[in-house]
Each structure stands twice: as structure tokens, then as C-alpha cells.
Design a protein around this ligand. Structure first.
Ligand code: IPE
Ligand code: IPE
Ligand code: MG
Length: 237
């Protein structure tokens, strides 16, 4: 099962406690470790974490710099443990505007863990669902112009294959913490038939227990993908 998480509410969590927003982000980064670790026991084989959106550059320069510093720390400090736990790490989003040293850390982690067969962990950094579609449209157009792709053969599968999630299944469940009821540009294409869980808890308050409870609620739902099913039936994930 694929779960996407919009990790929201770090700033408010800190502000409520009279702390700087960056302290909330720091707590948020610690949460990531716990949640990643809990996935295998909870039946989650793919986890996509929304860490930084294409719109998050609009924040104050010191907040953006602080977030970059946290990414740097997370990527450098977790490389050995993630690899040791057989996690395969991939990154979603446009890497181009990210600092060179972060790009190198991302590349190292993705390369090192490439053949791992445990949890698939996608980290979305400078990710926007619309930006992803624009980049896919450009890549598809280039292939067509070069004569490698017949325009009439373009299907939903073609578009899926050109997205950053290339080849991965769509999220079964998208969780957003901290009470906002929106996607904020997360997985625009891939979320077409996702289930949603909008939680009141902020990301620093989210825990493996809340995660387990949210998954249990999700498993009660009927997913029919447009079909009409007999009572009690559901189309499996
Ligand atoms: C989510 O927390 C982390 C990022 C977007 C990077 P926020 O920073 O958005 O926290 P709130 O929503 O302001 O509380
Ligand atoms: C979405 O949260 C992005 C991430 C969690 C990385 P935001 O806090 O940026 O979203 P808005 O601005 O409230 O829509
Ligand atoms: Mg927010």
C-alpha cells in the first residue's frame, strides 16, 4: 500500500509554544525517522513524504535556508541507517534550483539504495504536481518531435511514466496533518482515486500510533473506482 503524507503544521506547532518556526521543522524532521521506521509493520510498502513544495520558496529567506539545512542533515545522517534497513529512496520534484551539496547528497542516497527491496521512500523536495505535469509535457513533446513516440499512442500510462513517480503505483491514501483541507499541489495526477485523511494533529504530534489508527480507518472504506460493487465488496489496493 502506498501512503502519501503532507507533513503540515510544524510552524504553528512551534508558534503555539512560543518557539521559532524552525524548531517546529526540527521536530518535524525527527518525526520522519519514526514514521519511516513504522512502515513495514503497518503494511506500508511505499511512503511519499511532501517535504518542500514549489511554492515554499515564497517563505522568508531564513526559513528556507533553515529547511535546506535540515534536509542536508537528514540526508547525511540517515544514509547508513536507511540503507541498512533496505529502504529504497527516491526524490520527486525538480532538483534544478536546489543547492549543489544537497543534490549530491540526494544522488548518493538514491544511488546507494537503488537496488534495495524494502520500503520505497519517496521524498518530495521542490515538488509541485503542476510543475511535474509541465515537465512531463515537455519531455513527451521532445520524444514526439524526435520521432520516438507516436502522438496517437499517448495514453494515461504514457503520462504516468513521464511523471517523477514513474512506474510506481498511485497513493492509496493521502494523509494531511494540521487541519487544512487541501492538497497544496501534492500529487495532482496520482491522487485521482486516492482516499484522504485530514487530521487535526500537527506533524510534530503525529505518531506511529496515530498512523496505525489512520490506516485502520482507511481499511474500513469501500473503494469502487467508479464501479458499482456488491454490498461489502471493495476493489483491493
Ligand atoms: C510544514 O509545516 C513544513 C513545510 C511546508 C516545509 P509548515 O511550515 O507549513 O507549518 P504551518 O502550516 O505554518 O504551521
Ligand atoms: C504543503 O504545506 C507543503 C508541504 C507540507 C511540504 P504548506 O503549508 O506549504 O501549504 P499551504 O501554503 O498551507 O497550502
Ligand atoms: Mg503549512
Amino acid at each position: 500500500m502506498h501512503v502519501g503524507i503532507i507533513m503540515d503544521g510544524n510552524g504553528r506547532w512551534a508558534t503555539r509554544r512560543g518557539l521559532a518556526r524552525l524548531i517546529g521543522h526540527k521536530r518535524g524532521a525527527q518525526q520522519v525517522k519514526k514514521i519511516v521506521k513504522s512502515c513495514p509493520d503497518l503494511g506500508v510498502d511505499t511512503l511519499t513524504l511532501y517535504a518542500f513544495s514549489t511554492e515554499n520558496w515564497k517563505r522568508a529567506a531564513h526559513e528556507v535556508a533553515g529547511l535546506m539545512k535540515l534536509f542536508r542533515g537528514y540526508l547525511a545522517n540517515n544514509l547508513v541507517e536507511l540503507h541498512g534497513k533496505n529502504v529504497r529512496v527516491r526524490f520527486l520534484g525538480d532538483p534544478a534550483p536546489l543547492p549543489d551539496d544537497i543534490l549530491k547528497l540526494m544522488d548518493n542516497l538514491a544511488t546507494l539504495t537503488h537496488d534495495n527491496t524494502g520500503l520505497n521512500l519517496n521524498i518530495a523536495i521542490n515538488y509541485g504536481g503542476r510543475d511535474e505535469l509541465v515537465r512531463a509535457a515537455k519531455a513527451i513533446t521532445r520524444e514526439a518531435i524526435a520521432g520516438r513516440l507516436d502522438v496517437d499512442s499517448i495514453s494515461e500510462d504514457t503520462i504516468s511514466a513521464f511523471l517523477d513517480t514513474n512506474g510506481q503505483k498511485d497513493p492509496d491514501l493521502i494523509i494531511r496533518t494540521a487541519g487544512e483541507l487541501r492538497l497544496s499541489n501534492f500529487m495532482t495526477w496520482q491522487s485521482a482515486y486516492s482516499e484522504f485523511a485530514f487530521l487535526e494533529e500537527s506533524w510534530p504530534e503525529f505518531s506511529p500510533e496515530i498512523f496505525a489508527q489512520t490506516l485502520q480507518n482507511f481499511r474500513q472504506r469501500t473503494r469502487q473506482f467508479g464501479a458499482v460493487l456488491p454490498k461489502g465488496a471493495s476493489i483491493a489496493e
